[in-house]
Design a protein around this ligand. Structure first.
Ligand code: HGY
Ligand code: MN
Ligand code: MN
Length: 436
């Protein structure tokens, strides 16, 4: 079903200065094409149970970028990659001095994740630009659609990489971090055909981007509960990723008496339990804590481990409360090490501050959503997004799209094309409002 929308009356158009002899101008969000693109992209790195496994800077990521850059060209954009591996489609506006309007998200995935997380923001952004392009609606501002590199971060334990890089928050030493095959991010960027030594040329500063917009699945249950296809984000919680390495004494599972062990596995188990307890302390707070990855060395079933390393992802919309929780967790970890004669190393491997969306963008999106009879509710994002980094240097707004049972980071992730097309209409109208 073609989604024809945004019929602007001649009066409305001339009010908005979209041309004296304003005719009826419509543009069509091509719902069928959005569905096709999602299916095609979902085939790259597709897993047996219908999820996607598309690690940053992998062969799958390269194929995905190739496909998306073709779509960007078909939408009338010039395509390039910056030295962080961000894929950027750009369409000039009629006014070369007008500020850039950027639409972005990501096409990499978590291990065996869903095929809508990130991709709907890139596919929707391209669909919006293409619809305006095909309706010969000329924007005065230049627009860019960006697929940010490594938003998820599992491979090199550092998410939001491309957006942190674009706003100048990547330190060179982070490029030396290795994946589980021992490849550094630096080497992976080079293998991807990029020149990480020139990454400073790809940094954008305040003023380079006027507005950043991102459309993303909600990854939560509220839009479905409220029966709404689309939401408008007001704030985004800030994640901190800890990497905790607990070091003990390796030993024979059969011969070391229980009271003589320095067993890092049991220590880590106590610590992981405490992370849940500490994050649940304040039932009214939205604080969340997740241990998503545990590595045990040497990993023999009959060997008391030498060390256990686990990640802890701690988030909150209130940075003071988040950092208080983190210091309580660190204190507990040290107490367990004392008690069990273990050593530990705690590194902060990634940190992003909670951010608010620009109030004028929230207001504009709210008005436009009424005009489109979407009546989008306001909501907070527990998930992190590239938008939180772009908020450092530009006004930022986010659109959420309903996803089934709020499931995400799972092959069961699902969003209806009609909801995605509705979100894309709101994105296109917001683009028209700011970039006309
Ligand atoms: O982890 C997140 O919140 C996002 O999915 N990268
Ligand atoms: Mn994600
Ligand atoms: Mn995402």
């Amino acid at each position: 079903m073609q989604m024809s929308c945004a019929v602007h009356s001649a009066q409305e158009l001339s009010d908005t200065g979209r041309g004296e002899d304003a005719m009826f101008t419509t543009y069509t969000i091509d719902e069928k094409q959005i569905a096709q693109h999602l299916t095609q992209l979902g085939e790259i790195g597709r897993t047996a149970d219908g999820g996607v496994h598309r690690m940053a800077l992998s062969e799958e990521d390269r194929q995905a970028q190739e496909l998306v850059s073709r779509w960007m060209e078909e939408a009338g954009m010039d395509v390039r990659r910056d030295h962080f591996g961000n894929l950027i489609g750009r369409k000039e506006g009629s006014n070369p001095n007008a500020s850039l309007v950027m639409v972005g998200s990501h096409i990499d995935s978590v291990p065996n994740g869903g095929r809508f997380d990130g991709t709907i923001g890139v596919i929707g952004g391209i669909a919006a630009i293409r619809a305006l392009h095909e309706a010969q609606i000329t924007l005065s501002h230049p627009v860019e659609v960006v697929a940010f590199c490594d938003e998820e971060g599992p491979r090199f334990l550092g998410g939001l990489f491309g957006s942190r890089g674009m706003v100048g928050k990547i330190q060179p030493e982070e490029l030396q971090r290795k994946d589980q095959e021992g490849i550094t991010r630096y080497e992976a960027l080079q293998a991807f055909g990029l020149e990480p030594n020139r990454m400073n040329e790809s940094v954008r500063k305040k003023g380079d981007i006027g507005l950043y917009l991102e459309m993303h699945i909600e990854q939560g249950p509220y839009l479905e509960e409220m029966g709404k296809p689309v939401g408008i984000v007001t704030d985004i919680a800030g994640p901190v990723w800890l990497c905790v390495r607990v070091i003990g004494e390796a030993g024979h599972a059969g011969t070391v008496p229980m009271n003589m062990r320095q067993d890092p596995m049991v220590g880590a188990a106590e610590m992981i339990q405490a992370i849940e307890r500490i994050c649940r302390m304040d039932p009214m707070a939205p604080t969340v804590g997740t241990v998503g990855r545990v590595t045990v060395k040497p990993g023999g079933g009959n060997v008391i481990p030498k060390y256990v390393e686990f990640t802890a992802d701690i988030r909150d919309t209130d940075v003071k409360r988040r950092d208080r929780v983190i210091s309580q967790i660190k204190t507990f970890i040290e107490e367990v090490c004392q008690k069990r004669k273990l050593q530990c190393e705690i590194d902060i491997v990634m940190e992003a501050q909670p951010v608010e969306c620009a109030s004028h963008v929230i207001e504009t999106m709210t008005k436009l959503s009424h005009k489109l009879s979407l009546d989008a509710p306001h909501m907070v994002s527990g998930a992190g997004h590239d938008a939180m980094l772009l908020a450092d240097i530009a006004d930022m707004g986010m659109i959420f799209v309903r996803c089934r049972e709020g499931i995400s980071h799972s092959p069961k992730e699902w969003a209806d094309t009609e909801d995605i097309a509705n979100g894309t209409r709101l994105l296109a109208e917001t683009l028209l409002h700011y970039a006309k």
